[in-house]
Design a protein around this ligand. Structure first.
Ligand code: MN
Length: 302
């Protein structure tokens, strides 16, 4: 988006730092999301700073910089989590600088969530969370791995960083591993607004999303956007695609409904550029990042 590198802005306090975690060792299907951050940066060159929908200019709303890429540990999810968390902790001024992470597979979100929770003052109940994803990512372990891309949400809840009773997953859909996959979400009182609800009654599904927005009010909230929430017809460049998802326009419109929420951290994950000759997925991810920043910019204006 042609904003400066963090290393070039000296001691000036930065409100939002966008950075990459080029790791895909937590992937269960097509690998390649490690190349996501550079593809998203490349696609973001064409993004401009002003939002027509919100009538707001990011460049006038807050300071923004690119924090570069985290060092990764490509053979170990746990070591990578450690490495990315350490890197994120050191980015910017902890009290002021919010972090937007570019994945990488969804396992990288846990590092960013931990730091966002810490920077929000370690709220005892955890952060509220808005997650756009085709999957629930609440699997306890896959092939003995507890820190893979299907487990980030469960681990964030285990850590106390995310409050499941104030968490919504939007766009989730089958197929599932087993019907038991639903049990954890139900037991933890996670709000699901499944993709099927948008097909059956789009207006009612949007009302469910708005009702969640009202319920979290001014609570600090974390946003995680997995590009596989969007249909592979629009975003083929992802490692675990599921047919029957949102259009790009639908997803961007849903994010805008959260304008003014107290966003304390965010990520855009699972862009796998090699599976998309058009680069549309990276372009979409860059636009998602822009819309997420606008959510916070509107809050600062109000
Ligand atoms: Mn995911």
């Amino acid at each position: 988006m042609r904003f400066p590198r963090l290393t070039d802005v000296g001691s000036e306090p930065i409100d939002w730092i966008v950075y990459g975690i080029p790791f895909d060792g937590g992937t269960t299907f097509h690998p390649g999301a490690r190349f996501g951050p550079r593809a998203i940066r490349d696609a973001s060159q064409y993004l401009k700073a002003a939002s027509m929908e919100h009538r707001i200019d990011l460049a006038m709303s807050f300071s923004l910089a690119d924090g570069g890429d985290s060092p990764v540990a490509p053979y170990s999810c746990a070591d990578n989590l450690e490495s990315a968390t350490t890197f994120a902790h050191e980015l910017g001024a902890s009290a002021q600088s919010h972090l937007l992470a570019l994945g990488g597979d969804h396992s990288i979100s846990l590092a960013n969530i931990r730091v966002a929770w810490d920077r929000a003052g370690s709220p005892a109940n955890g952060l509220a969370a808005v997650i756009f994803d085709a999957h629930m990512d609440t699997v306890d372990a896959v092939w003995g791995e507890s820190y893979g891309h299907a487990s980030f949400l469960r681990r964030a809840i285990d850590d106390g960083c995310i409050d499941p009773s104030r968490t919504v997953i939007v766009g989730v859909r089958g197929s599932l591993n087993t019907l038991d996959d639903m049990k954890y979400a139900d037991a933890e009182h996670i709000t699901l607004v499944p993709m099927s609800s948008f097909i059956d009654d789009s207006a009612a599904a949007e009302r469910s999303v708005l009702e969640f927005r009202r319920r979290i009010g001014d609570a600090p909230v974390y946003f995680s956007c997995d590009v596989d929430a969007v249909d592979p017809a629009f975003a083929s460049g992802t490692g675990t695609p599921v047919c029957g998802g949102f259009s790009s326009a639908q997803l961007l419109g849903l994010i805008r409904k959260f304008a003014g929420a107290q966003l304390v951290g965010a990520d855009v994950v699972e862009v796998c550029p090699a599976r998309d000759q058009s680069n549309n997925t990276a372009m979409l991810a860059a636009q998602i990042a822009f819309e997420l920043l606008c959510v916070d910019a509107v809050g600062r204006r109000e």
